[in-house]
Design a protein around this ligand. Structure first.
Ligand SMILES: Nc1ncnc2c1ncn2[C@@H]1O[C@H](COP(=O)(O)OP(=O)(O)O)[C@@H](O)[C@H]1O
Ligand SMILES: [Mg+2]
Length: 334
């Protein structure tokens, strides 16, 4: 285990942050988790003295944010229409700074296939995969990648629509389940070994990886139930990995974050091959969970930042991709 970076709370006047919308709920399959995340964030920001209000884009049009005088948005939405660049784009148009990654990094990170292409092109390790569009292609992927194989939707989260395929006959059902959630489906080589996750906080040169969490799920099955509702899953942080491994994972995750152009915060999921001890990047979440069970707050706490201070720090980092006025306001030659 390496020494965790010590994070200090940001010195910020909560009132200077203006009227803040905590975006929660939304239209994605992860709506329920988002409501839990948003509720936690809202309470924390209010405790810190921020003028924070809940805002559910499933109940009101997002455009109301501009007319209601919101100065900033804390994005506690997960999945599609929240974590995928769409809400980020709308906030850009309204000129309202928001937490987390910008339009491009959000939408790339939402798509596991696109993310893996970039990581591979940059020489970062990720399990071998095939993008498939039919049962036949899923079977061909199984023949090529070998057993076991993971079949999952490219743009979903919370382990929704995911199957571990151990026999060829399972390919049809696994493909149909994944395709039910997203027409874009990916088959991925299964990495047997330790599962870890590592948050990153900050932007550009100031971005830093937080302590790695080792996740030990009952039966090695870290599914939706175990993620959000089980008391049996163990989260080991400070982690118990062999010396040097934590630092290597932190460096890898920081590179994965920077390569995609992420900012603000994110959390990458990594599998460590039991035989070779090589780490493989699975995905990066640009709007990670912030519930009572969630992993980023757990890791930040070990680094010296409690839940309330973490929320305030993320909010203070809210930004726009493009802080220039919109073209209509600027005028110009066209
Ligand atoms: N290639 C893989 N090898 C081993 N386990 C995997 C693999 N892909 C996914 N998993 C397991 O499934 C979980 C969810 O997969 P992940 O790619 O993180 O998608 P999401 O969290 O968006 O549903 C992981 O946390 C891990 O436990
Ligand atoms: Mg994941």
């Amino acid at each position: 285990m390496t020494a965790a970076p010590i994070l200090s709370p940001v010195a910020v006047d909560p009132r200077a942050l203006g009227k803040v919308a905590v975006l929660m709920g939304g239209h994605s399959a992860e709506r329920e988790v988002s409501l839990m995340s948003g509720g936690g964030v809202l309470a924390a920001l209010r405790r810190a003295g921020v003028d924070a209000h809940p805002f559910d884009p499933a109940e009101r049009p997002l455009w109301a944010l501009a007319s209601e005088g919101f100065a900033r948005a804390f994005i506690a939405l997960h999945g599609r229409f929240g974590e995928d660049g769409t809400v980020q784009g709308a906030l850009e148009l309204m000129g309202i700074p928001y937490t987390g990654s910008g339009v491009l990094a959000s939408s790339v990170a939402m798509d596991k296939v696109m993310t893996k292409r970039i990581w591979r092109a940059e020489g970062l390790p990720t399990p071998d995969w095939r993008q498939v569009a039919s049962v036949e292609e899923t079977q061909a992927a199984f023949d090529a990648l070998g057993a076991p194989m993971i079949v999952k939707p490219a743009r979903e989260g919370s382990t929704i629509g995911l199957t571990k395929v151990t026999a060829r006959e399972q390919c049809a059902e696994a493909y149909r389940l994944a395709a039910h959630h997203d027409p874009e489906v990916l088959c991925e080589q299964f990495i047997a070994g330790d599962e870890v996750t590592c948050p990153v906080l900050g932007s550009g040169a100031a971005a830093q990886a937080l302590p790695v969490i080792h996740i030990v799920a009952p039966g090695g099955n870290y599914d939706y139930q175990n993620k959000y509702f089980s008391d049996d899953t163990r989260y080991i942080v400070p982690c118990d990995l062999p010396a040097g491994e934590e630092a290597a994972i932190q460096a890898l995750v920081l590179a994965a974050y920077r390569t995609l152009g992420c900012r603000g915060w994110a959390r990458a999921d990594v599998m460590i091959d039991a035989a070779t001890r090589r780490p493989y990047l699975l995905e990066i979440n640009t709007s990670p969970g912030m519930t009572g069970h969630s992993l980023v707050p757990m890791s930040a706490r070990v680094a010296g930042l409690d839940y309330d201070a973490l929320c305030l720090r993320l909010l203070a980092d809210a930004a726009l991709d493009n802080p220039l006025p919109a073209p209509a306001a600027r005028g110009g030659e066209r």
